[in-house]
Design a protein around this ligand. Structure first.
Ligand code: E4P
Length: 223
């Protein structure tokens, strides 16, 4: 499973890249709005940092297919052909996905709340479909289960589309999908930091240090 960070602040992205084995960056309009400056300026800095071939996902804003397609062309012209254009899976979105897939553009079908949306997006040629795990949970359904069902639908129908699970609120949701082998998960910095925060690990490591210091003296290491 690829691990992607869902954020647009370059400083924090750099910090996370220094610590975690990351495969790319996803953004959405709400995430870009938090940066408070020209979105292309922000995205170009991210692209430069992660490299020309790394995964960068950028969402269109328009609601009709023709304008979505125009936005997709602009996004890829500005940020490179390796950029995944995120297209919400609406009726218009499906039309845009079909057209862009025929042009071999990289596409992430987004705002996926149910398996049928994902199936249609996959059949239309999207590379990824992004089920919103936590938002689905908030509707009283089971987001992890929906993401697993979508993964199975893609495999059983010989579609090359992968799940890019999104909208996580805790590490357990991420772990469940890693165990299932879905294609990718995109995670906010908060949830990312929570993946490795375990009191028992901190205690175990502190006890090892204490024992070693008894042997060699305070502050000593294997150096
Ligand atoms: C992914 O495509 C979405 O932009 C994102 O993960 C939504 O996350 P949220 O539900 O935490 O806003």
């Amino acid at each position: 499973m690829k691990l992607i960070v869902d954020f647009a602040n370059l400083g924090q992205i750099k910090e996370l890249y220094a610590y975690y084995p990351l495969d790319g960056v996803t953004t959405n309009p709400a995430i870009l709005a938090k940066e408070g400056r020209n979105p292309y300026e922000v995205l170009k800095e991210i692209r430069e940092f992660i490299g020309a071939e790394a995964e960068l996902h950028v969402q269109v804003i328009s609601l009709d297919a023709e304008s979505m397609i125009q936005e997709a062309h602009k996004i890829q012209a500005e940020l490179g052909a390796a950029t995944y254009v995120k297209i919400p899976v609406t009726r218009e979105g499906l039309k845009a996905i079909k057209t862009l897939a025929a042009e071999n553009a990289k596409i992430t079908a987004t705002a996926v709340y149910n398996p049928m949306q994902a199936y249609l997006a996959g059949k239309a040629g999207a590379n990824y479909a992004a089920p919103y795990v936590n938002r689905i949970d908030n509707l009283g359904a089971d987001g992890v289960k929906v993401a697993k069902e979508i993964h199975d639908i893609f495999k059983k129908n010989d579609l090359k589309t992968e799940v890019l699970a999104a909208s996580f609120k805790n590490s357990q949701q991420v772990l469940e999908l890693a165990k299932y082998g879905v294609g990718a998960a995109t995670i906010s910095p908060d949830v990312m930091e929570g993946l490795i925060k375990l009191d028992s690990v901190t205690c175990a490591v502190a006890a090892f240090v204490k024992d070693f210091e008894k042997l060699c003296g305070e502050g000593k290491t294997m150096l």
